[in-house]
Design a binder for this molecule. Structure first.
Ligand code: ADP
Ligand code: MG
Length: 644
């Protein structure tokens, strides 16, 4: 008795649906792609209740004649390729002939279509195994596809569907991924009878960026356009100062299709290297065109991943295009303005990306090249304008670098290497909390060094506090220390109940991505406990009604924006505790005094008084040291007062 049998069409289709139809947004993607392939110029997406109940896509494309209508719902039926050669010359979005049968297998599908020259439209219906015969009906030229009761026969998938609001945000994200690279096509998205998006035809991607992500972002973008060595590259990159805490803001397109690609991502990252904090992510919208023969798109059922014939050319072309653009752009004002942020401050503010798993292997070697690039850019302007200020910035910067580089040593000393072995790495200064006589059996939590008269500490360069210790002197990074103190206070407050919050007379609004709107709903409880009150304000903006009192009003928008990025980041670990920790340290960072803030003596005294009461005051919430010890012995050695 043979044990192998051929699967039924329904089962084959359901298996295919398992790969390509994950949620209502996947249906929208497949159907809109079909409409584009049919040469449509106007496409309307209408959905009800997030799309699980009802999705309708109407286009003004070529339409199908009745015989094609009968075939289009059959598995592996397509008009887009005929033979193997065609597979390497694909100009269309589809070619696998899977979408319609897959959708039909897991929903109630109805297609009405009419070719331009035909007298009447025809329709076909399918639901699971049931296929109705074709019949004539009324309808305009073009095609309308209706999908009802998605996953009615796949309870497992139904369970994964989220709230309508979340599903709509997925659909909008899907629409963005298509509409950004097809700016000449008009799109409408209607949810529960309400027009959510109306994208009018445009001649480039920039207006579409504004449609989805707001004018503010669209206006800062730098255009890139080149066509060399078989690779067409068009799009926009944001200046390094506009970086974000997640990589979500990288929209890459190949031959009109949204893709994710490691080579391109690596090239982009390399292009920004040294120009921004390595823990943050650039914002880019890049559309590539390449001869289909040089790329294999048949790697993944959703075609999100591709295989390149020559990844090296791709890498070097993208890298040089972005680098050239930066060279031709005066980034100087931004760098000067954000200098303190790029060094001591912003490097600590990038909590959002710390545990996300997108490990950045280039971090360590960056420090020196970052400094080089920045000072190169700064010098021409700064030396002319204000010598003294420039020198102060340089001092700040090199001290900030020093604090940064001290980090790995802290880890080494407290977690692995014996103190004698590692102390040679850092001959001039030792990090705080490495008391003489330290042994590896001691607690791994560094104890703060005792100060002789903390209240008399003095501030230098608007960044650091210097104070005397029994054995020498201590240099404290004011931002890092304040951040650590606030973090502890916030954590304590948070465990007692919602953070104290302050209502705004006039709500502030910010532009957000569609996906982030869904975040507000799904994290309502967390946001409430953080003292935030947010609400959707149109399809791509939110209103801030109340914010934690601790935040300075002018930093609220920035905080909320980073927070939403963080919450919408799907790669981030799911543990609520970790996310809360992240958010609190983000808030602490935003609320803390910054490098460059000058402090009065009472303020200094207050900060120093709190230092003693805070656990782990030796490190900021991200693990970097808050202070450095300079011992008398070391000073004497440096001044050659002791002989060896
Ligand atoms: P594919 O797009 O991979 O060819 P589909 O299952 O998505 O597979 O569609 C099957 C076929 O149905 C397409 O090849 C196309 O000929 C036809 N078709 C689907 N949607 C439309 C549409 N909106 N307008 C015209 N023809 C369509
Ligand atoms: Mg298709």
């Amino acid at each position: 008795m043979p044990i192998i049998h051929v699967l039924s069409d329904l089962l084959v289709n359901k298996i295919a649906a398992g790969e390509v139809i994950e949620r209502p947004a996947s249906v929208v993607k497949e159907l809109v792609e079909n409409s584009l392939d049919a040469g449509s110029t106007r496409i309307e997406i209408a959905i009800e209740n997030g799309g699980a109940k009802f999705i309708r896509i109407t286009d003004d494309g070529n339409g199908m004649e009745p015989d094609d209508l009968a075939l289009c719902v059959r598995p592996h039926a397509t008009s887009k390729i005929r033979n193997e050669e065609d597979l390497f010359a694909i100009q269309t979005m589809g070619f696998r002939g899977e979408a319609l049968p897959s959708i039909g297998a897991v929903s109630q599908l109805r297609i009405v279509s009419r070719r331009k020259d035909a007298q009447a439209a025809h329709e076909i219906s399918m639901a699971g195994e049931r296929l109705e015969p074709i019949r004539a009906t009324a309808g305009p030229p073009g095609t309308t596809v209706e999908v009802r009761q998605l996953f009615f026969n796949v309870p497992a998938r139904q369970k994964f569907l989220r709230t309508p609001q979340t599903e709509v945000s997925h659909i909008t994200e899907q629409l963005a991924r298509i509409a950004l690279v097809h700016p000449t096509i008009e799109f409408r998205l209607v949810h529960n009878g309400r027009l959510v998006h109306h994208l009018r035809p445009a001649d480039s991607m920039r207006p579409r960026v504004a449609d989805f992500f707001g004018r503010e972002m669209a206006d800062t973008l730098l255009e890139i356009s080149r066509d060399e060595r078989g690779l067409g590259l068009f799009g926009y990159v944001a200046p390094p100062a506009q970086s974000r805490t997640t990589a979500k803001w990288q929209y890459l397109f190949l031959n009109g299709r949204f893709i994710r690609d490691r080579i391109i991502t690596a090239a982009v990252r390399e292009a920004y290297r040294g120009l921004m904090d390595p823990n943050r992510h650039p914002v880019v919208f890049l559309s590539l065109t390449i001869d289909p023969a040089n790329v294999d798109v048949n790697v993944h059922p959703t075609k999100m991943e591709v295989r390149w014939r020559d990844g090296n050319v791709l890498y070097s072309q993208i890298l040089s295009a972005i680098r050239d653009r930066f060279l031709n752009t005066d980034l100087t004002p931004t760098l000067i303005a954000s200098l303190p942020r790029n060094t001591s401050d912003d490097s600590t503010s990038s909590i959002g990306s710390t545990p996300s798993g997108a490990a950045d292997t280039t971090t360590n070697e960056n420090a020196s090249s970052q400094q080089a690039v920045m000072s190169n850019n700064i010098s021409p302007v700064a030396t002319n304008d204000n010598d003294a200020e420039f020198r102060r910035q340089q001092v700040r910067q090199s001290m900030a670098e020093f604090f940064k580089r001290a980090q790995p040593i802290v880890h080494k000393e407290y977690h692995s290497a014996p103190p004698s072995a590692s102390s040679s790495n850092q001959p001039n200064m030792t990090t705080l909390g490495q008391p003489s006589g330290y042994t590896s059996s001691q607690s791994s939590i560094p104890m703060p060094t005792k100060l002789v008269a903390p209240e008399t500490a003095i501030q230098v360069h608007g960044c650091y506090l210097v104070s005397e210790t029994a054995e020498g002197l201590l240099i404290i990074d004011q931002h890092a220390l304040h951040e650590r103190i606030l973090f502890q206070e916030l954590s304590e407050q948070f465990s007692r109940g919602p953070l104290e919050s302050q209502r705004f007379l006039l709500a502030e609004t910010i532009d957000v991505s569609p996906e982030q709107i869904g975040v507000i709903e799904s994290h309502e409880e967390t946001l409430h406990r953080l003292g935030l009150e947010l609400s959707a304000f149109g399809p791509n903006a939110i209103a801030i009604h109340a914010a934690p009192s601790l935040l300075k009003p002018e930093r609220t928008r920035e905080f909320v924006r980073d927070l939403l990025d963080r919450l919408a980041d799907r790669q981030a670990p799911a543990s609520t505790e970790m996310v809360i920790n992240d958010l609190l340290s983000m808030m602490a960072c935003k609320a803390a005094v910054k490098a460059g803030d000058s402090l009065s003596q009472p303020e200094i005294a207050a900060l120093m008084a709190k230092r003693d009461r805070v656990e782990r005051s030796t490190n900021c919430p991200h693990g970097r040291p808050t202070s450095l010890n300079l011992s008398l012995a070391e000073l004497e050695r440096q001044f050659k007062r002791t002989g060896f």
